[in-house]
Design a protein around this ligand. Sequence first.
Ligand SMILES: Nc1nc2c(c(=O)[nH]1)N[C@H]1C(S)=C(S)[C@@H](COP(=O)(O)O)O[C@H]1N2
Ligand SMILES: [Mo]
Length: 326
Amino acid sequence: MLIRSRRGWEMAERDATPEGVFHDRRRLLRGMGMLPLMAGTLTLTACGEDAAAVSSDDPTAGLYPVQRNPTFELDRALTDEAEATTYNNYYEFGSHKTIWRAAQELPLRPWTVRFDGMVEKPMDVDIDTLIKAMPLEERLYRFRCVEAWAMAVPWSGFPMAKLVEYAKPLSSARYVVMSTFGADHYPAPGLRQRWYPWPYQEGLTIQEATNELAFIATGLYGKPIPKQNGAPLRLVVPWKYGFKNVKSLVRFHFTDKRPTTFWEAIDSNEYGFWANINPEVPHPRWSQASERLLGTGETMPTRIYNGYGEYVADLYKGLEGERLFT
Ligand SMILES: Nc1nc2c(c(=O)[nH]1)N[C@H]1C(S)=C(S)[C@@H](COP(=O)(O)O)O[C@H]1N2
Ligand SMILES: [Mo]
């Protein structure tokens, strides 16, 4: 099958070895030396080893850092900023992990976010108007990719419940479908790969979207969120596999029909709609029992709902017959 042979998940396991991460980082440092202006601000730690590509010309730069919400505690150290911002999945820019450089070409302004479908009134809202209308806070969340790598990062942003309130959905709406930019906004190289069902879209039930944990990120590590991590607006649902956390959003569509999501359309046998994290439900091609921490190569046991069951397990009561976990 063409699609299967073109997919990148298989590569990911190999790339995710500590060796892969090490070589990616060396490439990053070399790349930044050659292109000092591209990344804006270069952050170096005391030992001069780590670097992070952070854009300093973002009009929202003055909003950060924002106050941390102390409710959400981690069971592990924060991932190095240089790792979290140089080891990414973002198929619009390519199916490998080092898309961070290509992603710098994404234009962030003008950026319009559409709210449509089953809403009181469809709206097109400018990103800066939207961000100003939202209460920003910082949250430390664990993050678990379906490929079995994991990280822990400080997101800045706002509860998705606030965005749903802002959109004013009709009471008949049951799902919210979120989409990434398409070639009309910016013809990113991956969008030419026509066998993918662009634009990348994901969906949540309204109950999931208004759960306390569901978050819309606009920042990362106390700064505007880097392009490679999904600037200017990106979903964060830490109890679900990484592919649900759709990046660079341009549209929130409210509907009463469950959408077919991007990876579900590519292979529904491997990637379902719910995609909740569960160590006991293996991916068809690998175990989900443990996860590798980005940067250190350390392994930890994976927890059901990524350890967030106290917040989200109730969402799935009565749905036990559904395929909730892959
Ligand atoms: N638009 C878009 N969103 C996306 C992806 C993508 O390819 N395109 N990849 C997903 C996957 S598989 C993961 S693991 C996370 C990775 O987020 P990070 O690069 O910030 O760690 O983004 C998710 N969101
Ligand atoms: Mo992922």
